[in-house]
Design a protein around this ligand. Structure first.
Ligand SMILES: CCCCCCC[C@H](O)CC(=O)SCCNC(=O)CCNC(=O)[C@H](O)C(C)(C)COP(=O)([O-])OP(=O)([O-])OC[C@H]1O[C@@H](n2cnc3c(N)ncnc32)[C@H](O)[C@@H]1OP(=O)([O-])[O-]
Length: 295
């Protein structure tokens, strides 16, 4: 069973980068022809150790999520997911805004038939298919699609001035990427209703932490560094086992408790088919640090 689980990882490790090596995504270094490897317009990327860092970078529009930004984001995340040198990802924005939502100016004149037939913004959900853990490091505004994007990540750290909200109702629309679904699970029905029905009740970072939406509040200038530290910790654990934890926790959003517990137990059983389980438990018994080999 474990060999079967390993195959996608082996494939991912062997896979050629979609476009070019990740470090070449740095727009400053980028000198590759635009057709094969388009320059990133809306993102900055870097790696620190085994952590890939993606920074939303559309400062004039408070990182409003336009189509081009999302196309780039999907592409970069997919490439990091396929890069065996990266074990976890940090997604962040600027100190003023993680993201102020979907680009209102870009979508204001669209109509229902176009939206429906083109599955408008359907590609936003691709981020949930990324298998490596993603830590969102949120400063400033995380509104509308920005809040939804943070909730698509696996862990959220917030700067002390971060603001989370779903203001779509004030624009005559509703949240379209999880604001009425994931937010309920994160903060409960009453608070989610209050936020989505008024569009003006936002959560401060402290409130978001108390409600369980974010796991840590930090001074704004430390959020990214702390997110990277956590991501580095995760990236140095056994990668297949990390993916199993992510899969198992995500199952809890999808299936009834009994099915989730069965799924969890089967994965727990499966870990015993891995060398990393043998190494992890032997290292504990021998009072030494485990050396995981991701198999
Ligand atoms: C699978 C299906 C997927 C469906 C996805 C659905 C997604 C989602 O649920 C829908 C949304 O997010 S709806 C969106 C929900 N979000 C909202 O409703 C929040 C909208 N934003 C705001 O309310 C205010 O900008 C803030 C209160 C954030 C800051 O106020 P402040 O400090 O006075 O700053 P400022 O001067 O206002 O902004 C500076 C510049 O940024 C610009 N810009 C900012 N946000 C933009 C946006 N979303 N768009 C475009 N542009 C945006 C702004 O125009 C200005 O540009 P200008 O060229 O200089 O004029």
């Amino acid at each position: 069973m474990f060999a079967a689980l390993r195959q996608p990882l082996a494939r991912a490790a062997a896979a050629k980068p979609l476009v070019r090596s990740f470090s070449a995504y740095n727009p400053i270094q980028n000198a590759v022809s635009p057709t094969k490897s388009p320059k990133l317009e809306y993102l900055l990327t870097e790696t620190r150790g085994r952590v890939g860092i993606v920074t939303l970078h559309r400062p004039k529009a408070l990182n409003a999520l336009c189509n081009g930004l999302f196309v780039e984001l999907n592409q970069v995340l997919k490439e990091m997911d396929n890069n065996a040198d990266i074990g976890a990802i940090v997604l962040t924005g600027s100190e003023r805004a993680f993201a102020a939502g979907a680009d209102i100016k870009e979508m204001k004149d669209r109509n229902f038939i176009e939206n429906y037939s083109e599955n408008f913004l359907g590609h936003w959900t691709q981020i949930i298919n990324i298998r490596k853990p993603i830590v969102a490091a949120v400063n400033g505004f995380a509104l509308g699609g920005g809040c939804e994007l943070a909730m698509m990540c696996d862990i959220i750290y917030a700067g002390d001035k971060a603001v989370f909200g779903q203001p779509e109702i004030k624009l005559g629309t509703i949240p379209g990427a999880g604001g009425t679904q994931r937010l309920v699970k994160a903060v409960g029905k009453s608070k989610a209703m209050e936020m989505c029905l008024t569009g003006s009740v936002n959560l401060t970072a402290e409130e978001a932490e108390r409600a369980g939406l974010v796991s840590r509040v930090l001074p704004a200038d430390q959020v990214v560094d702390e997110a990277v530290k956590t991501a580095e910790k995760i990236a140095n654990l056994s990668q297949p086992i990390v993916q199993m934890v992510k899969d198992a926790i995500n199952q809890s959003f999808e299936v009834p408790l009994a099915a989730g517990l069965t799924f969890e137990r089967r994965l727990f059983h499966a870990t015993f088919g891995s060398n990393d389980q043998k190494e992890g438990m032997a290292a504990f018994a021998e009072k030494r640090k485990a050396k995981f080999t991701n198999n």
